[in-house]
Design a protein around this ligand. Structure first.
Ligand code: FDP
Length: 283
């Protein structure tokens, strides 16, 4: 696992360099979800693939940017599902973006995720890794090396509210839940980049990030294998919760297809309990 995390560190430095130096325009391709790909998406995907190609414990790769599974080593142990550049549409306005990695052993379902990691490309490059049985670990890069800063623990209750999805298409009860948080004094923190938005809540002690099912996207937008499950693991390891619209732990998801999405809510305990009440979910 250490080899995988060290490879992610090298990838992070290279993708950061690409963000700072490469053309920010569109390529002439679409990804599997039908979204136009930026040249940076394609480049970042290439960087990740190249870095893991020679790591023998990696059995296969599944990229948010590609259809299907890329088989690497028959004797490998882990499948890495990754989004090489999440929130890439924010690069042209110079907001933070990120990379997300879910490391699975066996069939691709949440309970088989053994570790996850994400990188935030902001004013600094930061890395957070999580493994079973310990708190997520937060690192910051300095002169190409990642220095450990601290473990991450969520408070029982936070102050931040990051509400995703087109508001016009929210259900009445979701709108009531979000308005209820603001009425309680919660502050809006939503950049439109899942990685920096979830990172902020983790580091500032707590709150809630929601991307619900909406009338136009009943299954939400965020992808289970590359985005939802790796962050669900992070939030649970940090002492928080991560559930879907029915109150099921996101760590129980079983995707039918690598690019399946799910409504998702990540937060500290107080806000998730409030969500359960608002949605009429079982405790
Ligand atoms: P993006 O489309 O820019 O890649 O992964 C999808 C994502 O960004 C997340 O990073 C982000 O949280 C979400 O979409 C934002 O979606 P909305 O614009 O619908 O809020």
């Amino acid at each position: 696992m250490l080899t995988i995390f060290e490879t992610i560190e090298k990838i992070a430095i290279k993708i950061d360099h690409a963000i700072k130096t490469e053309d920010l325009g569109y390529s002439d391709t679409e990804n599997t979800s039908g979204e136009d790909q930026l040249k940076l998406d394609v480049k970042s995907d290439y960087i990740v693939e190249k870095a893991f190609k020679d790591i023998s414990i990696v059995k296969s790769l599944v990229s948010e940017e590609k259809e299907g599974v890329l088989e690497l080593h028959d004797d490998g142990k882990y499948t890495i599902c990754y989004d090489p550049l999440d929130g890439s549409s924010l690069a042209d306005v110079n907001l933070s973006v990120g990379s997300i990695f879910g490391i699975y052993e066996g069939e691709l379902k949440a309970e088989n995720l053994v570790a996850s990691a994400y990188v935030v490309y902001g004013p600094r490059i930061e890395l957070v890794t999580a493994r079973k049985g310990s708190k997520p670990k937060h690192y910051r890069a300095q002169e190409g090396l990642f220095n450990f800063i601290s473990e991450i623990t969520l408070d029982e209750k936070g102050k931040l509210n990051a509400p995703g999805g087109t508001q016009q298409n929210w259900s009445e009860y979701h709108k009531k839940f979000i308005d209820g948080l603001f009425a309680e004094g919660y502050r809006l923190r939503y950049s439109g980049g899942m990685v920096p938005d979830l990172h902020q809540i983790l580091l500032k002690g707590g709150g809630i990030f929601s991307y619900p099912g909406t009338s136009d996207k009943p299954d939400g937008k965020l992808r289970q294998l590359f985005e939802v499950i790796p962050f669900a693991f992070m939030y649970e390891q940090a002492g928080g919760q991560a559930i879907n619209e029915k109150g099921m732990r996101l760590m129980e998801l079983v995707p039918n297809h690598p690019h399946d999405t799910s409504p998702c809510f990540f937060g500290s305990n107080y806000e998730v309990t409030k969500l359960r009440n608002a949605y009429g979910m079982k405790a």
